[in-house]
Design a protein around this ligand. Structure first.
Ligand code: COA
Length: 328
């Protein structure tokens, strides 16, 4: 039996910080409202010279170094992003060039904030089937370039960042053990960037109508999120042959602290088993889970042999969960 172990991990967040106090000067909001309703205190925003591919490359370099893998050894390079530098070429092609990963097959996938777990699931299948030995998975988004900083419903929630993991073949039962992917039909309009695609190609009119910015029906998304992350986590735990109490740590998508707390309640697990860093980064979309994974590891919260749940939801509305056995 071949398994897909996580042998390297890395993250990158840009230096500039946008605090709640900064946002108070931009829209009609308050630090108290944002902290109480979301748990977010600050988020990092790209500097003018940075993009999705520069952040993704930085996280990828750290992951490769930790795994002791040279860029030429990567077979497949999967980038989860909704905010590529441009529509074509893909962010994965740009990251391939930046890394010098000349043998890699680069591809972007878009499942919004669930994207990293989708990419991990796809990458793990390449490894487990024997088709590839080494896969680089990157989750990265530059949400700040698609936010309307006059819309308090959205601009307070998101930050920029990147995370990456290296998957390698092993015979030890570890790595990605179970996965659950899905989406709720008919919910696309609850969270969307309507302009700039084939339906509404960019024109002066679409720009004037702000169609190039993200819009969101927050309350509806909230309800779907709790149900999707709770039920999907329960499914992957059962599919891995485990019960919730055997899960050492849940690394949830960091969208809203109250969503994480409601998910914990639904799974009947204490909040101590959930990793939370939303206060410092906000919602970094496809980057949120790999960033949280890196920080959880650095804080000693991931030990070899631990069973860990990754669970996410996002635009689509998509969801994705996985059970990962940490360690060699
Ligand atoms: C967006 C979200 C934080 C709003 O919190 P909420 O408790 O649902 O708040 P509501 O939308 O009910 O709004 C409550 C009030 O606060 C106001 N409000 C909204 N945004 C505000 C802001 N940034 N600052 C101050 N007040 C705000 C609303 O206008 C509303 O006022 P009203 O009662 O006078 O109408 C929450 O719904 C959420 O997190 N949803 C999920 C979003 C998400 O995760 N998206 C990404 C998916 S990957």
């Amino acid at each position: 039996m071949t398994y897909a172990a996580i042998t390297g991990w890395g993250m990158y967040v840009p230096e500039p910080v946008l605090s709640n106090a900064d946002l108070e000067k931009m829209v009609d909001t308050s630090d108290d409202w944002i902290v109480t309703r979301t748990g977010i205190k600050e988020r990092h925003i790209v500097a003018p010279h940075e993009t999705t591919s520069t952040m993704g490359s930085a996280a990828a370099r750290e992951a490769l170094e930790r795994a002791g893998v040279r860029p030429e050894a990567i077979d497949i390079l999967i980038v989860a992003t909704t905010t590529p530098d441009q529509l074509m070429p893909s962010a994965a092609c740009l990251i391939q060039t930046a890394l010098g990963a000349r043998r890699a097959g680069p591809v972007d996938i878009n499942a919004a904030c669930s994207g990293f777990v989708y990419a991990l699931a796809i990458g793990a299948q390449f490894v487990r089937s024997g088709a590839s030995r080494t896969v680089l998975v990157v989750g990265v988004d530059t949400m700040s370039r698609f936010l309307n900083y006059e819309d308090r419903n959205t601009c307070i929630l998101f930050g920029d960042g990147a995370g990456a993991v290296v998957l390698q073949a092993t015979t030890q039962p570890s790595g990605v053990l179970s996965i659950d992917l899905g989406a709720i039909p008919g919910t696309g309009e609850l969270l969307e960037i309507p302009g700039g695609g084939a339906a509404h190609p960019a024109t002066a009119e679409t720009i004037a109508q702000n169609l190039h910015f993200m819009t969101m029906q927050g309350r509806d998304v909230f309800k779907y999120a709790v149900r999707a992350m709770g039920d999907s986590s329960a499914k992957v735990i059962a599919d891995a042959g485990l019960v919730p109490d055997e899960i050492a740590l849940v690394i949830p998508h960091q969208a809203n602290l109250r969503i994480i707390e409601a998910t914990a309640k639904r799974l009947e697990l204490p909040m101590e088993r959930f990793y939370v860093n939303i206060d410092r980064y906000g919602n970094t979309s496809a980057a949120s889970i790999p960033i949280a994974l890196c920080e959880a590891e650095a804080e000693g919260r991931l030990r070899p042999g631990d069973s860990v749940v990754l669970t996410a939801f996002g635009g689509g509305l998509t969801w994705a969960s996985a059970v990962v056995k940490w360690g060699p």
